[in-house]
Design a protein around this ligand. Sequence first.
Ligand code: NDP
Length: 327
Amino acid sequence: DSSEDVLKLKLNNGNEMPAIALGTHLGFDEHGMVHSSNKELRDIILRAIELGYRHFDTASVYETEGEIGEAICMKIKEGEIEREDVFVTTKLWNTNHNREQVPTALRDTLEKMGLNYVDLYLMHWPIGLNEDYTHSDVDYMETWRGLEDAQRLGLTKGIGVSNFNSTQLKRVVEEGSIKPAVLQIENHPQITQQELVDYAHEQDIVVMGYSPLGSLVKRYGVQLPGPKINDPILTGIARKYGKTTPQVVLRWLVDRNIVPIVKTIKVHRLKENMDIFDFRLKEDEIAAISNFDEHKRYTCPSFWQNHPNYPFEKVDDPIPDPFLTKK
Ligand code: NDP
């Protein structure tokens, strides 16, 4: 069973997290609509469990919670795993930021998943929105107290934040009653965010890195500039270990103590992406990959940049809000 080979990281709440997660955001179509989840995804999750994946990353807004829950419940019923063997991460959406909405939103999620707890509940963004997607001025500390309530109620084993900048994360550390167990941020060769990662690690907060493959792969059909799958620096390292360049980049995150969240709906890639626990990169190889850093984000919701809690740098030409145009 390859799940036994996967490293585990200790969280500051006493629980353990498998060191790689399967991402389940299926992307947006040309209208900005999230691709609906379906039976195909459920079958991929079943295969992933068979191949040793024990950590799944989803979010209320991805509309994939149902399929993940269904696959996990099927495998539990078949006696192949027990609930404690899998780690489920999901996220609170921005329109549920009032304190009393948080446990309710998580109960809805649990009902969709057919589970009675998740392992990690993250605040997806520090940005609160009203039902109609206009900006809400609810403070993310109020939302954090809602996450604390959810943990105390036993709806989740742990809580954390996603897409928080260092000022925002520090505030939660200083003002919260429960310390975040996890920070989830974008992380790939073109955006290492090393200072933020170091701060989190000093605080004993585990970092999860999303979009780990960066420019190596096409995103929603578009090839963005940056190191490609056949980049000579990456292929040089890959050849030495008998690995592929995606495996090398995923290992680069693991060796920096970051949990990669990698998404694929192709079975051969499920295997490939998991097969990274039998080698380790040298310091100079880690540095060579980190050298691609240009602080370049792919997830950059500039349509929210006038929100007081927008976490990222502002741009001159913000993109239209897909959540408003889809209504
Ligand atoms: P990834 O870096 O995981 O890239 C995914 C793309 O790479 C997919 O299109 C996949 O295509 C392809 N791919 C996967 N493995 C390989 C491989 N070995 N070789 C070649 N191509 C490959 O980025 P994502 O942006 O999808 O991020 C991963 C996950 O992170 C999301 O699913 C989500 O769970 C999380 N996330 C969280 C965010 C947040 O705000 N907190 C924001 C963005 C993502 P195919 O499926 O066809 O194999």
